[in-house]
Design a protein around this ligand. Sequence first.
Ligand code: PMP
Ligand code: GLN
Length: 390
Amino acid sequence: MRMPYVNSRLAPMGTTIFAEMSALAVATGSINLGQGFPDTDGPEEIKRAAAEAVLAGHGNQYPPGAGIPELRAAVAAHQKRFYSLDFDPDTEVLITAGATEAIAAALLALLEPGDEVVAFEPYYDSYTACIAMAGGVRVPVTLRPPHFRPDLDALRAAVTDRTRLLLLNTPHNPTGMVLTRAESEAIAQLARERDLLVVTDEVYEHLTFGPEHIPLATLPGMRERTVTIGSAGKTFSFTGWKVGWVTAPPALVSAVRSAKQFLTYVASGPFQYAAATALALPDQYFTTLRSDLERKRDLLADGLSAAGFEVFRPDGTYFVTTDISGLSDKDGAAFCRELPQRCGVVAIPNQVFYDDTEAARSLVRFAFCKGDEVLAEAVERLGRLGRLRG
Ligand code: PMP
Ligand code: GLN
């Protein structure tokens, strides 16, 4: 759709693929394996904590700008419990309206117009929009199938004197790649050598299937230059609550807060109380979340393979990227537009996450954060595609 009033920085972004594909799923009554949201909510006790907060009048009026103290303390305790990282809840934690606002505020606060941001593509779609809104210049380093491992020489070559920051995402959406310790160390070394800031989106930190998630801030010399972003949406299956957070040293938190205060000022008052309760859930919650999702990954991945897709089994996130070449000569965008009519399933073409769209011409992403019976039905429907090649 042509948007005549939008400025030149945003015009190329159009409507997000997630809104477009979820609308298509509703319009066609399809199974939505496009936009990444779980089809069952997180724990009952956490829902109750949110309801109780509303009824008790906690957070119904503007919470403090930095977030409620209980949640800031819970975020700090979480970073300590899982990663042995110490953050001062008063000066080194900032609560945001989901990770989305954290990303926006970090980029708006840290970039001068013309500054370069080096990021791996495919990138989560809000990165390109927020870099553009901040007047920055994105410099992609392409991840390629089958393993989507970062090319560290290409990363090094992409850094120039105009590079202000590295924008990282591990575990990585949409590929499911999880940076290894050696890769993270190489990236950290580059950041130190070239004196770069790092903004690292770790919203899928608990969704890994084998490989360990390594927060960039845990590596030597990185805590002081890193803005780490997390979200209750992914870890606790409440994507509608929009509770996210930033952990960073005081000067970086204060910079991010300068932008954040003029975006939403604050958000999600009562849900902040519920997120504080959620972050204190016992370890078993996190291990069960992971093992459930691993089973779902295998269910969908095996079904997609049997249906004729080439499957790149992810180490993390709740997305699986596939290659459709065995099933279609069309590109991913055309394939995904037709998929609802052909078999009643919605997926996302990975092309939309790339500058180098050719690199993802035949790549399509499916979400597996859905009920086992929903995934089984989707697999059954996708299984019919091979017989209807087109
Ligand atoms: N970063 C990545 C990589 C994501 O996949 C998502 C969301 N789906 C977000 C950020 C946004 O998170 P939130 O819903 O907390 O704003
Ligand atoms: N992060 C989710 C995904 O990748 C979608 C979030 C959104 O719709 N903005 O599917």
